[in-house]
Design a protein around this ligand. Structure first.
Ligand SMILES: [Fe+2]
Length: 191
C-alpha cells in the first residue's frame, strides 16, 4: 500500500522533515484501512460528491491543490520573504491531508456509486481528517489546516499555510464545479 500511495501521490516526498513525512503517510494509510478502500477504489473516487459526473478524481485534485499551494508559498518566499514566512512542510503535509477524512466520509452504494455516509454527514472530513491526523501524531499546525480548509474553517483565523491550502483547494473546486451537470450527493468518475 505504501509504495503505491507514494507512486500515486509523489508529493509525500516533498515533505523534508522525516517524522512529518512518515506521519503524513501513516494518516493516509490509516484512512485507507479504516475506510476499507483498495487502491482501485481510490482511483475511481471523485474528489467531491457535489459534481456528477465528476471529471476529476480524488488523487488528481489532492495533487493539484498541493502543487498550487506550493507555488503560492514559493511566490510568497520570493516576494515577501521573512515578512510573510511560510512553513513549506506544513503546506505540503496539510495539503495532502486536508481531504483524507473523505476516506471515512464516503462509501459505495449497492450500485458502486460513491455516497456520503450518515456519519460523514454528521462529521464531515475536516473533523474526521483532523482526528486521523491527531492519532498519527501530526502537529497542531497540520491539524489546523485540515480542520479549517473548508467551510467549517470560516470562523477560524487561518494560519498563512492554511490560507494558501484553503484557496488552492477552492481554485480547483470552483473551476471544476462550473462544469457540473447536477448537484446531487452521489457521484462517479467520468473522464
Ligand atoms: Fe475538503
Amino acid at each position: 500500500m505504501r509504495e503505491e500511495l507514494l507512486e500515486l501521490i509523489p508529493e509525500f516526498d516533498l515533505i523534508e522533515d522525516p517524522e512529518l513525512r512518515e506521519n503524513t503517510l501513516r494518516a493516509w494509510e490509516l484512512g485507507m484501512t479504516e475506510g476499507g478502500w483498495t487502491l482501485d477504489d481510490l482511483q475511481e473516487m471523485p474528489f467531491t460528491l457535489l459534481i456528477n459526473p465528476c471529471p476529476v478524481d480524488f488523487v488528481e485534485h489532492t495533487r493539484v491543490v498541493v502543487l498550487i499551494a506550493i507555488e503560492a508559498a514559493r511566490i510568497f518566499a520570493e516576494h515577501y520573504g521573512d515578512r510573510a514566512p511560510v512553513n513549506m512542510d506544513f503546506v505540503v503535509s496539510g495539503g495532502i491531508l486536508r481531504d483524507v477524512g473523505k476516506l471515512l466520509e464516503y462509501e459505495r452504494d449497492k450500485n458502486g456509486a460513491f455516497i456520503q455516509t450518515r456519519e460523514g454527514k454528521l462529521l464531515r472530513h475536516p473533523f474526521t481528517g483532523m482526528e486521523l491526523a491527531a492519532r498519527c501524531g501530526l502537529p497542531a499546525d497540520v491539524q489546523h489546516i485540515i480542520a479549517s480548509h473548508a467551510g467549517e474553517g470560516e470562523k477560524v483565523t487561518r494560519t498563512t499555510e492554511s490560507t494558501l491550502v484553503h484557496h488552492a483547494d477552492f481554485i480547483s473546486f470552483h473551476s471544476i464545479k462550473n462544469l457540473a451537470q447536477t448537484k446531487t450527493l452521489v457521484s462517479r468518475i467520468d473522464r
